[in-house]
Design a binder for this molecule. Structure first.
Ligand code: KG4
Ligand code: ZN
Length: 353
């Protein structure tokens, strides 16, 4: 089956066509991602109103490009999927409404997909990974450890009690005058820095559970930067390195706890997803944990780490493959856009139909 996916939950306008065969193998037939970084960079972060407007302006042409690249007409796809949440409500409404209109006009089933489910199932698109696996989702909006037991069966082991990991990278970058988006720039400057020069906290590390906290770390970086100001290039490098080391240590501590907490579950792999998974220091640290537990580490390719529509189309394809044929084909036609929509509130497709 071929599914057209649409993603507009944050600052990427994306559309993709993904194919899933009867054996569960996936193939990305097209994936178009238009980043709005330029629109938002002057503000040092994503401005929701600007994002929604930019989605409206670009979406039709991005969808047309995805269909064109896949060599398909709209009438030839088997289903249409859009991100329905969680995310910025204006953008979600733009993407979901467009998907509903296309599905209605073309007589196709509509799937309202949870953005986090898209990230959670990407490892099955790229690696045909079997359930269950442990997912560390680290993006600009989310930081979660999730036991992925099946499609629609997600057990959240930990989440952030304040900032997301990517948000902490972005705020640190802003503080150090490195611009937006911050993650890649902090990583680059950290390479030449001394991570031991500044003493920075590892919030929650050593404590029970798998929750995260980054607010105290961010504040500590700010105080250290103020004390060292005016900052030389070396100061910035050392602060970036110190922050990154502390953030990685937190991710490692929590991931190890999550594995210990689910000692009774035979995971097939440790999987990372989200923009922060593109960070080499993060990836290296996760590889060490995976090695210790005798698990493979599955990292999506860079273009699937960040937000994209292929993961949304794929999640719909996975759901569709589990539905009795002909069942409630337009089941999500009335689904609302949801700014908040926790992953562990989802249900497997059979139960949902
Ligand atoms: O998954 P994503 O593209 O968007 C969502 O937030 O859903 O993640 C973007 C986040 C941003 O906060 C960005 O700074 C961070 O991922 N990021 C990185 C790196 N590349 C992107 N953080 C650390 N190191 C990187 N190399
Ligand atoms: Zn995301």
């Amino acid at each position: 089956m071929n599914v057209l996916g649409i993603e507009t939950s944050c600052d990427e306008t994306a559309a993709a066509v993904v194919h899933r065969d009867a054996n569960g193998a996936g193939e990305i037939r097209s994936s178009v991602v238009l980043s709005q970084i330029e629109e938002h960079s002057a503000f040092g972060g994503v401005v929701p109103e600007i994002a929604a407007r930019a989605h409206v302006e670009a979406l039709d042409r991005i969808i047309a490009a995805a269909l064109h690249d896949a060599g398909l007409e709209l009438a030839e796809v088997d289903a249409i999927a859009a991100t329905a949440g969680p995310g910025l409500i204006g953008g979600l409404i733009v993407g979901l409404t467009s998907a509903k209109a296309l599905a209605w006009a073309a007589g196709k089933p509509l799937f309202a997909i949870n953005h986090l489910e898209g990230h959670a199932l990407t490892a099955r698109l790229t690696d045909q990974l079997a359930f269950p696996y442990l997912l560390l989702l680290v993006s600009g909006g989310h930081t979660q450890l999730v036991a992925v037991h099946g499609v629609g069966h997600y057990e959240r082991l930990g989440t952030t009690i304040d900032d997301a990991a990517g948000e902490a990278f972005d705020k640190t970058a802003k503080l150090l005058g490195l611009g937006y988006p911050g993650g890649p720039r902090v990583e680059q400057r950290a390479r030449s820095g001394n991570p031991e020069r500044f003493t920075l906290p590892r919030p929650l590390a050593g404590r029970p559970g798998a929750d995260f906290s980054f607010a105290g770390l961010k504040t500590a970086v700010r105080l250290a930067a103020e004390a060292a100001s005016p900052l030389s290039k070396v100061d910035v490098d050392d602060l970036a390195a110190g922050f990154q080391k502390a953030a990685v240590d937190c991710l490692v501590d929590r991931t190890r706890n999550a594995l210990a907490m689910s000692a009774g579950t035979r995971f097939t792999a440790l999987v990372a997803a989200g923009g922060v998974a593109a960070n080499k220091a993060v990836a290296n640290a996760l590889q060490a944990i995976a090695d210790d537990h005798g698990l493979p580490l599955v990292l999506p390719p860079l273009e699937l780490c960040g937000d994209n529509a292929a993961m949304i189309a794929w999640a719909a394809a996975e759901r569709m493959s589990l539905m009795p044929s002909g069942a409630d084909r337009a089941g999500d036609a009335d689904h609302p856009a949801l700014a908040r929509w926790p992953l562990d509130s989802l249900k497997p497709p059979q139960a949902a139909a």
